[in-house]
Design a binder for this molecule. Structure first.
Ligand code: SAM
Length: 268
């Protein structure tokens, strides 16, 4: 069978499971084609493609996240109930490992890391996960705009409704960073805990993303512990990865150290 047809059949098998059908098709297709070059049996290809896709996406999310129910909870709040909004957002953010690990420092995280550029007028939150729910804790300007994207369809769909509900100017969309890098001009781009995943997809993808983003500032962060909770060597590894990324550039870098995360505010 010609390779192309074979690849298409394998992709269809991968997305036979709903969990993978809901991911950006460009990412599923890329990962499946790469795995097809490494393994011989269709089972091995499908299994390893699904494992890689899980490590990039589902591994961070609570397994049975009922977005409809969460949307209903937000819709049931009185629009002026700030405390209700904050406590519902905090509860939902517990369901994505990346936001969960940030919760204890959320009141100071963005205030500290973005102090020098606040109030922020426009944000591009890439590979966002549930981070847009942190908007109430960010130092944003009146009338700010917020563009969020990820590769998980139901998550993006939920964020779209959430933005409508709270009249957030901007949009939530599906965007596979390994397929396209947005070029829209913004004051701030967020690349939070994302670059290690981009390096897993393609060596030097982080560099391409940093170079091509049309943002005045980029907040790059790295986790300081693994999903399993181990810390060993992560700080040194990511520090040296980041140092290499920005070496020789005339960019201003500010560093902020939090208990579970290190953040760098890059000003181009
Ligand atoms: C480690 S989580 C970080 C989430 C969020 N930035 C935060 O720090 O709270 C990585 C996120 O990247 C998304 N992702 C994985 N591969 C991606 C890709 N190729 N393009 C865009 N997003 C991707 C995942 O779905 C997941 O939400």
């Amino acid at each position: 069978m010609p390779d192309k047809e074979n690849d298409q059949e394998l992709i269809e098998q991968v997305i036979r499971s709903q969990k993978y059908a809901q991911l950006a098709s460009t990412l599923v297709s890329r990962v499946t084609k790469e795995e097809a070059k490494k393994h011989n049996s269709p089972q091995a290809i499908i299994q390893s493609a699904r494992t890689r896709l899980h490590q990039l996406t589902g591994a961070y999310l609570a397994p049975k996240l009922d977005y409809t129910q969460w949307l209903y909870k937000f819709k049931s709040l009185d629009p002026n109930d700030r405390l209700g909004l904050e406590s519902t957002s905090l509860s939902m953010m517990r369901l994505h490992a990346s936001t969960y690990e940030r919760l204890e420092v959320l009141p100071t995280f963005f205030q500290t890391a973005l102090a020098s550029i606040s109030p922020v007028k426009s944000v591009l939150d890439l590979a966002c996960g549930l981070n847009p729910l942190s908007i109430p804790w960010m130092p944003l300007a009146d009338g700010f705009s917020y563009y969020a994207s990820d590769v998980v369809n139901p998550l993006v769909h939920f964020l779209r409704h959430y933005f409508e509900l709270y009249r957030v100017k901007g949009e939530a969309s599906i965007l596979d960073l390994s397929f396209s890098i947005p070029s829209q001009p913004v004051q701030l781009a967020l690349l939070m805990k994302t670059l290690p995943l981009m390096e897993q997809i393609e060596h030097s993808l982080s560099q391409k993303i940093l170079e091509n983003l049309n943002a005045e500032h980029i907040l790059v962060t790295y986790p300081l512990r693994s999903l399993g909770g181990r810390r060993k060597g992560m700080e040194e590894t990511y520090r040296s990865q980041f140092d290499q990324l920005v070496a020789g550039r005339n960019w201003k870098i500010q560093e902020f150290r939090f208990p579970n995360e290190v953040a760098y505010l890059v000003t181009k």
